[in-house]
Design a protein around this ligand. Structure first.
Ligand SMILES: NC(=O)c1ccc[n+]([C@@H]2O[C@H](COP(=O)([O-])OP(=O)(O)OC[C@H]3O[C@@H](n4cnc5c(N)ncnc54)[C@H](O)[C@@H]3O)[C@@H](O)[C@H]2O)c1
Length: 350
């Protein structure tokens, strides 16, 4: 039995990871530490509500006493740190909380893991700290080329800068203490349980409600889209078999301009749900400050070393995603109304 401390496991990617792992393995226990900020939603975890291998703890990754208690109580083998403030636009308005959660929270987790795992002659057997990072730490690309693991970090937004700061602290724990760590840097995820402040669920929600579809600048910023389940699979592989001290880039081979995404969502909803939804809903708005032009990832290292590749093409993934939101309209309503808090009562606690 392996015990994971998953942080941020009530958020978008974290909850997908918890569900993926508990479905895939019988010999995995997950202690899920999440502060339940506006982005954390226990309704995402209702399928594992009765599962004794999932222990939910509401709390802050910056809380040294609590994290220490979790290490003592549950004999943690792996930490997978998803917990973060994750929205670039919010980071432009409120940078402090990004520095606090993303940098100081990571340092607290590293430190508590070190205290629990360090032995006189090295480290407890089989332990690993894994940091979930982002391709945004590399900055912005021109029309050609890809981010490699060796690309120097050049973050621009307070969000990406805080994630880069966290990555450097993880590296420091490897370089200084030889702590067994790995980092993955992934491109934009999409899929079920995505909070509707992010592009794809926002578009779907707004289309269904006949609201404007805001598009930054000229709409030609490019992102590389990764289906969330492919990301979960990559993290699982890196935690188990990735080389200690290494960074692995995870990308979807699915580069699209923002306006292409907008038009794809409109077309699917127009053709399948509501023919009154048209491109007339598109509204170009003032560009985001410091908006990175293009992100692109070459996931060659993870493919060569671990055999991972993105199984879900964008054409398949986007239809699956839109269909999921159509089938889970109540989820969207609950998330946007704050109703989801009622699920809290039913979850396991320490
Ligand atoms: N979504 C993407 O496309 C993407 C891409 C690259 C990297 N990432 C990284 O993946 C991770 C997860 O992203 P996401 O999109 O699922 O984010 P999210 O915003 O949906 O979820 C974040 C979760 O962390 C929790 N949290 C926030 N502060 C906390 C704290 N102090 N203590 C404990 N829990 C806290 C929130 O309650 C929430 O459940 C983040 O580290 C993010 O930087 C995301």
């Amino acid at each position: 039995m392996k015990t994971y401390l998953v942080t941020g496991g009530a958020g978008f990617i974290g909850s997908n990871f918890v569900l993926y792992m508990l479905k895939k393995y019988n010999d995995v226990k997950i202690v899920n530490l999440d502060k339940l900020t506006y982005a954390g939603n226990l309704e995402n975890l209702k399928d594992v509500q009765e599962n004794p291998k999932h222990i939910f703890v509401q709390g802050d990754i910056c809380d040294k006493e609590l994290v220490t208690e979790l290490f003592d109580k549950y004999d943690i083998d792996y930490v997978v740190n998803f917990a973060a403030e994750s929205h670039v636009d919010r980071s432009i308005k409120e940078p402090e909380i990004f520095a606090s959660t993303n940098v100081l929270g990571t340092v607290n987790l590293l430190n508590c893991a070190k205290n629990a795992w360090e032995r006189e002659n090295g480290w407890k057997d089989g332990v690993r700290y894994h940091q979930v990072s982002t391709d945004e730490v590399y900055g912005s690309l021109g029309d050609t080329g890809y981010f490699m693991e060796t690309t120097p970090l050049d973050p621009h937004s307070p969000y990406s800068s805080s994630k880069a700061g966290a990555d450097f602290m993880v590296k420091a724990y490897f370089d200084t203490f030889n702590m067994p760590v790995t980092i993955t840097r992934c491109s934009n995820n999409y899929g079920p349980y995505h909070f509707p402040e992010k592009l794809i669920p926002l578009l779907i929600n707004n289309c269904l409600n006949h609201k404007d579809l805001p598009v930054y600048g000229d709409g030609l910023n490019i992102r590389d889209w990764l289906y969330v389940e492919d990301h979960c699979k990559a993290i699982d592989m890196v935690v188990r078999d990735g080389r200690v001290g290494e960074v692995y880039n995870v990308g979807g081979h699915n580069e699209r301009t923002n306006i292409q995404i907008v038009k794809t969502v409109i077309k699917h909803i127009h053709d399948n749900v509501d023919e009154t939804v048209t491109e007339d809903l598109i509204k170009y708005v003032e560009d985001r400050k410091g908006h990175d032009r293009r992100y692109g990832i070459a996931p060659d290292k993870i493919k060569e070393e671990l055999g991972w590749y993105p199984e879900t093409t964008f054409e398949v993934g986007i239809v699956k995603t839109i269909e999921w939101y159509l089938e889970n309209r109540q989820w969207m309503e609950n998330v946007t109304s704050g109703e989801y808090q009622k699920y809290y009562e039913k979850m396991y606690t320490v």
